[in-house]
Design a protein around this ligand. Structure first.
Ligand code: S3P
Length: 172
């Protein structure tokens, strides 16, 4: 799966607000490799995500996301994906050759994290109910692409990051 020239590439997937960016940044720092957040790349190149969804639709966003994931994998490092990236078969295929961490989280733990704007799929009267049903609909895909799973519900992000670093070093 990996070799001595591999820059400790590692991909983080999981539902919205599981901690992918926050954990990913810490893991990258500890491994001494670049951190890439594909959502941020898309925003930098194409504008705000809610605007992309509203003007061009989710399908277009998934295409931009697939291209951003391909570019990030070619560069290497710790790569954090948006929660819905695994819904795209092409993106799932890209992940096949890489170590993928599934960050999971309980609805109780995520409730406080999903307040605020910026996630078009959670715009609803009951964002937590939406979050839960979206997660359940995608769970099999997360499990399909995952090499390992870590739960972020009740432990500090730094502790989870440390465990992922240990796990990733063992994969070499
Ligand atoms: C999405 C998750 C978001 C972002 C977009 C769509 C999803 O990323 O890519 O709003 O479909 O779950 P986060 O998981 O970082 O919130």
């Amino acid at each position: 799966m990996t070799n001595s020239t591999d820059p400790l590439t590692l991909v983080l997937v999981g539902p919205m607000a599981a901690g992918k960016t926050s954990v990913g940044r810490r893991v990258a720092r500890r491994l001494g490799v670049p951190f890439i957040d594909t959502d941020k790349r898309i925003v930098a190149a194409h504008g705000q995500i809610p605007v992309i969804f509203a003007e061009y639709g989710e399908g277009h966003f998934r295409e931009l996301e697939r291209l951003a994931v391909a570019d990030a994998l070619a560069e290497g490092g710790v790569i954090s994906l948006g929660g819905g990236a695994v819904t795209d078969a092409g993106t799932r295929a890209l992940l096949g050759a890489h170590p993928v961490v599934f960050l999971t989280v309980s609805p109780e733990a995520v409730a406080d994290r999903i307040r605020g704007a910026g996630r078009p799929l959670l715009e609803s009267e009951d964002p937590l109910e939406r979050w839960t049903s979206i997660f359940e609909a995608r769970r099999d895909w997360y499990e399909e692409v995952a090499t390992a799973t870590f739960d972020t519900s009740r432990r500090p992000m730094q502790k989870i990051a440390d465990e992922i670093v240990t796990w990733r070093r063992e994969q070499r």
